[in-house]
Design a protein around this ligand. Sequence first.
Ligand code: ADP
Length: 540
Amino acid sequence: MKTSIKSTAGKSPFTKIIITVIIALFIPVFSYTIFQYSQRNKDEEIIRASYRQQLESILFSINQHCWDVFRSWASTLTTTISAMEASGRQDYPEKLRSFIQGQKPIVGAAVRLPNSSTYFAWQARRRGAARNDAVRMDSIIAAMKPEIEKMIGRAREGYLKPVAHLWSSDQTQSTSLLLFPLMTPTVGASTPPLAALFVDDDVFVGQVVARKFAEINDGTFIFAVRERRSKSILFATEETEEQQFELTETLWLLPHLDLQIKLQGISLEQLSRQRIRTNLIFLSVVDLVLLLGVLYLLRNIKHEMALAKLKTDFVANVSHELRTPLALIRMHAETLEMGRVHSEEKKQHYYRTIMAESARLTQLITNILDFSRIESNRKEYNLSVQDLGKLVRTTLKMYLYHLQQKGFRVQVDVPDDLPPVNIDSEAIRQAFVNLLDNAVKFSPEVKSIDISLQQKDHRIILSVRDHGTGIPEGERRKIFEKFYRVGSSLVHNTKGSGLGLSLVKHIMKIHGGDVTVDSKVGEGSTFSLIFPVANSKGVV
Ligand code: ADP
């Protein structure tokens, strides 16, 4: 029993490639894009939060720095007073004076002993009435008793944090009072003396806060220090009245002041939106490039696949085209050899048929060889100045019998006096024969061919006109591509390799000329070879 297996095509390779591309590339990439797009609000928030954190950390480091400055003051004063106590002397005003010297932000300092006696020292520019100061300080201390006790408790645990109070404030200047316990070695379990530092807010902000900010800022931020209650600005890196600040934080050391910060020239919201937009635009451009790339790739694949198919057809066509003339030659030769042909006329006919068919075979093989030489860049042309009319006439002479045999009426209009052209005669003969061959093949009914040679300006035009099938408009460019054959049933029944016209085009290009086609379906086609007239030196 014989089983025949026929391969079923299933999905075409091209469809498979498209499906693979969609699954492997488009779905992941476009899903990612859609995801990013849908997440944009969340992403904006994340970016905003991260910038906000950056602002917070800047203000935090400024606050930290102020603490450090205060701690160094406190430790210097504690060391000075401890040394004084150790020496057994009691000269608070002198020690306080030497302490405040060189500390610009501190306009005064005081020590209040547990027995309520208070010693003051003021900078020369701020010498206040000592009695008044003591009374005021007493009343402040009395008012803040619970906080002060808490502060002393914490100081005993090693954590020194002052109690701050606005000491004095007028239009030009405000002074803060910082109270903290002097934890000298002699204190022990008894109540420690209280130290008081009178800090000029303006000088403190200018010398400590602003300097620290300048150290951090690289021009990205705008920064200000503002009195909380009056909203008046003590310091700002830019004209800030109109500015909407992103973040406000209390200055820990002087809590009646606020630190404020924002980004230069843009709000956090705008910035994060801009970032997301840039990201999305970038992503869209990537998608677009990808899409165009894939489309280009698919086009090329399609083209290559079509070419592969044409090549397969080519093999089938050529085999067919070789077999027919060979069979004819063999049959005629055998008949002659057997001596079956008696009439001289008939013999001549057989000889001519054999010659014509072998000429056609030669033409076909030349086409294939030339094509392969052109493809591998090995084809060479020898151009020389020639009379094209002569070449046309001699070629036709060789070909006429074949044409007449096929029942064609050939009309030739080739004048004698045309200027010469610079050509490779073999190549041009081949191009011309290809056109004749096509005219014969594609004229199933009206068998008439007109050949004309004429000059138009500086060009010589060789035209081959048939009254055959014609070529549809959409195919007229493609027929010059290698292996291409018009997909009508007539063409499929007609022998051919699909190489003829692509060779003609190549040959004409080498000659600095062109090949054109004018056609009407059902009425015929005219193929024209256009040559430039050779100049006196014979150069094209
Ligand atoms: P082939 O003739 O071997 O098929 P060609 O490259 O010479 O290959 O021609 C390509 C195609 O162009 C032909 O298959 C045919 O469809 C079309 N063609 C060429 N010449 C003619 C013509 N004179 N009339 C109609 N169609 C033509």
